[in-house]
Design a binder for this molecule. Sequence first.
Ligand code: PLP
Length: 716
Amino acid sequence: MTPADFPPGQIPRLPHLPERIRGLEPIAYNLWWSWQGQAWEMFRALDAQLWRESDENPIRLLEVLPEEALQSAASDSAFLALYDAVFERFRAAVASRAGWFPAEHRGLAGPLAYFSAEYAFHSSLPLYAGGLGVLAGDYVKELSDLAVPAVAVGLIYSRGYVTQRIRDDGFQEEEELTLARVADPITAVLDANGSPLVVPLTLFDPPVHVTLWRADVGRVPVFLLDTDIALNQPWDRAIAHHLYATSPEQRLRQEIVLGIGGMRALRALGIHPSAVHINEGHPALALLERMCECGEEGASFDEALSRVRTTSIFTTHTPVAAGTDVFPFALMEKYFSAFRSRLSDDCQRVFALGVDPANPAAGFNMTVFALRAAGASNAVSRRHGEAARKMWAPLWPDRKPEEVPISAITNGVHLSTWMNPFAIQPLLDRYLGPGWRDNQDRAAIWALVERIPDRELWQAHQELKARLFGEIRERARRRWESGSVRAESVVAQGSLLDPEIFTIGFARRFTGYKRPDLILFDLDRLKRILLDPWHPTQIVFAGKAHPSDAEGRRLIQSVFRLAQDPALGARIAFVENYDQELALHMVCGVDLWLNNPLPPLEASGTSGMKAAVNGVPNLSILDGWWIEGFNGENGWAFGAEAGEGDRSPSDADAIYRLLERQIIPLYYRQSAEEMPHEFIRVMKRAISSVAPAFGTRRMAKEYVEKLYVPALSPPK
Ligand SMILES: *Cc1c(COP(=O)(O)O)cnc(C)c1O
């Protein structure tokens, strides 16, 4: 196996690479590198400054790196040692099919096809809006790590990446960036003649032509559908412009392309999935296309439904009815009359699968359809499972709510991505032994976290905090340099944060139910906490609001205005443009992770898991995953019981009380060597309790064992 063997097709795209380090190209084009600390080090070693300027995108780096720099790397023994080590691991991880799945489930054929409307793998390929995309990205990485035979399907959003700028008045402005397909870690999928493969979707009139891009995530190919090509009319091109189009018709068209187009694209590629996993309702029409395929093979409607059910899995992510897509029947009729001949003479039978008995006139409900067309459905935490069973109980009128067939598999985070590879993972290598990655879902190995000397964990954390603050200052400096911002906004962006001070982080999408302003509820009390002369505190906020979410924008504005206010002494910062890259800095660089959504609206939440595995304890309301994660000694919890009515006053009071009486005193109770041993104990418990139970390793094995194995097992 030589570098030229990966991936098939279009190598070399970086023809100027010296022969000795030719393997940099396949590594750069496989997002596998992004969860290998050693690979980051290797790219940075080529040119630290250019690495930064290329936004840590190795393809850009290799394109701009001068020939001499490459030549000298190719003869530098220290660089070559690093390169050889990375390439060897790449070969073992990507070229080999061996791993947990084939060892445990011999004889089970694949592949599994995983469908999701968004994916977050690395900031060089921004195809996500928030937590759902991060989860899908983490999960695909884990499927690769476990060698599960899988392909993933998604959409490309050529203008979907929105950069957030906060004006001096706190108003969020969005700047659209166009995805530069050539510099991104994707390659065009070609047909036998070497031209881009085109899949026509005749369901549309005129037909919409879909081309495909391939991203490689370790061993899992991700096929991204694109309609923004010259063959299509403007409205059809726009299907692939933005994540979650706001017009219902365009949204339906996106979901047709994702689900139906996705299945047809796989067929055009000669990929015939044995089972299909639908991540949230958006791609659910893939199951309709599967039913039609059965219909064309002669199956009746009922047979088709039953066949598809045994091999389909659906994961629901939202505990609110308003979070599901419902399309008016008239719209459905417009696009789906073509299905009559393929499946059933009676369109109404198809449409009936999407009728919510609680609201039959509303239209075709994607979640309801998916629950009926997939034989196995699950929610994303235990609490969410209870909520989902109650919410969808009308679909199973003859069952009690607890018998509703929606199971629960709690989300997780990909540890190799989210545990800091430069400060935290090396501590684990040293004190847990290098085998921890292979055994990361076993609680026993994490007991060894207790062996990490307090000083080493504390120093690692201080280093990460300094890096976060350095990143924040650099962003603020660049904004200041751009000349378009007032001084108080530079302060609001965090330029005066103090690394000696206890720091709370709050970063996620700004939207009403997440209550980002809850901690601002009693400003006088908050001010006393922040400006305490002996035990001061600061808060770093970050998060985007959906462009059409007026409430979310208002929340950003109110936080930003406070951050500008001298009366708060620069103890509140709002950092612009929250994305995966900033998240990677924040989840390990603050001292406490705050989460206070309005229960029971957080289906799971994952950012708190990312913080915990880096030794950043959670202060979180008991909702979503934290009900399962909190054990009394790995962080702080509140809000278990609340009466009727507005619970914000009591929730805010609980946050203040925990900060004032427990958390801040614990943080500042430092020994002679300036270490808060009791706080460090909570940090260690956070790592050791959360890492084994809330990693994608545990999560993916659960999906495989509970849902995939039955779906992939050949019918008797
Ligand atoms: C993890 C993550 C989220 C999800 O955060 P929650 O607090 O679980 O809502 C959103 N955005 C980014 C960039 C993330 O990394």
